[in-house]
Write a protein that binds this ligand. Sequence first.
Ligand code: GLN
Length: 297
Amino acid sequence: MASSEQSQQWTILSLQNWCVEYLKEKEIDSPKLTTDLLLCHVLKCKRIDLYSQFEKMLSKEELAHFKELFKRKLEHEPIQYITNEAHFMGLRFYVDKRVLIPRPETEILVSEALTILKSKSNEEIRILDIGTGSGNIPISIAHFQKNVFVDSIDISDDALSVAQQNVDRHEVTDRVHLKKCSVMNYQNKLGSHQYDMLVSNPPYISNSEFEMLSKDVKDFEPHLALNDEGDGLTFYKAITNLSHQLLKPNGWLLFEVAYNQSEEVKSILHEAKFHNIEAVLDLERIPRVIKAQKVSL
Ligand code: GLN
């Protein structure tokens, strides 16, 4: 808002109209939704409430707060970081720039895991999640399947502290345990434990593709969570490798993969003698999750 407009009184409606036009001019995605989400955050209300009080004036403090957030959006910061909120599997997660923003594609992985687990509702299920981030995968699986216990590892202290906040928020502290640990060096931390399922949405963007990411991803989301400093397949190989020790016979391994990685990941699993290897497609019919079962003894 230009300074001549600063002294102006703003109603919800006039501010919405002004911001939508401005965001369109600046080619920011979803101008109306973005404006509304920022307004809801500042006014601590639901989106529907904006429409039932169009003529409500913003106080000076509310306007100042809104302007501060609006400026961050103009720099292309993702809305989830600005409002500290992301929705995943119908649950609300706290997020900030220390963690990857949970994506709808990852919901496919969680749904597949829950489908497999449905038939095992009478036994205690042990899962290892690799690359916790915000904790979206272990928390949502534990939320929807009460007989599940998850060890969830990440090498980032920052990510683990966000994940702990979400574990507390969703009251799964007794069933989701976070550990600082790397897949490359896990023995001391995980011991000789064997799991019924391994799940991971690892950093899978290769060095060459990283440069092609959009500004809002590349400039704001944690590099560590996106890029494997290699060909994009580093973690699939490492996790498949550790599954020999950590996964029980007949146990399941579920990976999220990039739009172009499914064939390579399937062949990594094939070489490691997994069976029932299957790709699950997203709504655009792109293979996004690979699931596979370890052979029985
Ligand atoms: N598990 C988290 C997610 O799926 C974080 C993944 C990551 O940091 N690569 O969003």
